[in-house]
Design a protein around this ligand. Structure first.
Ligand SMILES: Nc1ncnc2c1ncn2[C@@H]1O[C@H](COP(=O)(O)OP(=O)(O)OP(=O)(O)O)[C@@H](O)[C@H]1O
Ligand SMILES: [Mg+2]
Length: 394
């Protein structure tokens, strides 16, 4: 069928035609906003899940909801690597626009002006040359958000933002994608800021998203973190939702799927959102017309797998060094795992302790995570099978 009208969207953070099965998270965030506006306590949110399950898409959806309610809302994506932008700079830059928008509605509100001054101190501490200037003439607030320590400064900023937002009849929310990349200090700062604002029932919230390791990393940063956040696991779609994710985009284009075609695509996708998009896309292109048949689906899945191998999986595989690949290959003997770290070391003929650095590098690269002590698993669903295929090819 015509690729020009193909309604599927495999990609990173690309909004799907049908956002399936995330009603619970969307509703929970609506409840949070409602409670905050009624002056009731509410918990910040952490969304965690494997690669490609739709965390970024969900975060963007919630960001749109907050903006629709005219909340002061900003989003950052934590960076990885040596040239990483400090979290403070990212927050300063992202909040800049949100503050400017809110300023138009603030009508000389005292608290908003105070928050602007605190924000200015926070930003100047990030970039003393004033490159995050908000384009409004306010003096930085001396002694607020300007210690240079993110731990103290973020709390000051969050408190003042919450107060200012409340005065405007809204709330403030900071969205953080790839949150597992933040340093321990930055994560502590987030916990502390949420802790302080929650105690004062001030409407400042964080909505974070990251790999399944995120709750554990937060718990290491602050022991009370598990009581601070409302955690939400996102992953495979429920059967009906997976079916909707596949059939509804086609229906909008006036096309239907045969029952057999639906079954084999859902089976091949494991109900993972990214794979549904990929197989949906290649099957659509392979199909002669509607209804999409079982044969179309067989061909679509074949082509989709080839694409995944070339892109989604290979991109990650190539990020690993030779030694790291050996480690991943030893893990792949357990399929999608998780594996025991002791057993993986044994397979490589090494002592478990000697594998620590390799494991740490793979974790830092976001390829694996530790679901619990002594266990290790792929962050990418289907990675174990890919490595096995790769082995057979070589
Ligand atoms: N609820 C959903 N229903 C249907 N498709 C979805 C859904 N959520 C995400 N997708 C699709 O899945 C793909 C991956 O989404 P997204 O980039 O948000 O995942 P992610 O969890 O952020 O992945 P990563 O960990 O690699 O950043 C996209 O192509 C998107 O269109
Ligand atoms: Mg993402």
């Amino acid at each position: 069928m015509d690729a020009r009208t193909n309604p599927y969207s495999p990609g990173a953070g690309v909004r799907p035609t049908t956002l399936a099965g995330r009603e619970g998270e969307i509703e929970a965030f609506a409840v949070l906003r409602h409670r905050a506006m009624a002056g009731r306590p509410a918990q910040s949110v952490v969304i965690n899940g494997l690669r490609g399950v739709g965390k970024t898409v969900l975060l963007n959806e919630l960001l749109d909801d907050a903006r629709r309610d005219r909340w002061i809302a900003a989003k950052v994506e934590a960076d990885l690597g040596d040239r990483r932008t400090p979290f403070r700079d990212q927050v300063a830059s992202a909040l800049n626009t949100a503050m400017r928008h809110a300023q138009g509605r603030s009508e000389g509100s005292g608290r908003f002006r105070a928050a602007l001054r605190t924000f200015r101190s926070f930003s100047l501490t990030a970039a003393p040359d004033g490159s995050f200037s908000i384009g409004v003439d306010v003096e930085p607030e001396r002694g607020r958000a300007d210690t240079g320590s993110i731990l103290a400064d973020l709390t000051d900023l969050a408190l003042d933002l919450g107060d200012a937002a409340a005065e405007l009849g809204v709330g403030a929310v900071l969205f953080i994608d790839e949150m597992q990349h933040l340093s321990r200090e930055e994560l502590s700062a987030i916990c502390q800021a949420c802790h302080e604002t929650a105690q004062r029932v001030s409407p400042f919230f964080v909505v974070g998203a990251g790999l399944p390791s995120l709750p554990g990393i937060l718990a290491e940063a602050r022991s009370y973190s598990e009581r601070l956040f409302d955690y939400s696991d996102v992953g495979r779609l429920e059967e009906d939702d997976a079916r909707g994710a596949l059939t509804r985009p086609a229906a909008e284009e006036g096309a239907t799927w045969s029952a057999e075609a639906i079954e084999i695509v859902l089976e091949a996708s494991g109900a993972y959102p990214y794979f549904i998009q990929q197989f949906g896309q290649t099957t659509w292109n392979a199909a002669a017309g509607s209804p999409i048949s079982e044969m179309d689906a067989v061909e679509g899945i074949r082509q989709g797998r080839a694409r995944l191998d070339q892109g989604f999986f290979r991109a990650r595989w190539e990020r690993a060094t030779r030694g790291e690949r050996d480690y991943l290959a030893a893990m792949a003997q357990d399929g999608d795992g998780p594996s025991s770290t002791g057993e993986v070391a044994r397979r490589l003929g090494k002592r478990p302790t000697s594998m620590g650095p390799v494991r740490a590098n793979l974790i830092a690269k976001g390829l694996v995570y530790a679901p619990e002590h002594g266990r290790i698993a792929f962050t990418v669903p289907g990675m174990g099978d890919f490595i096995a295929r790769e082995d057979r090819r070589s």
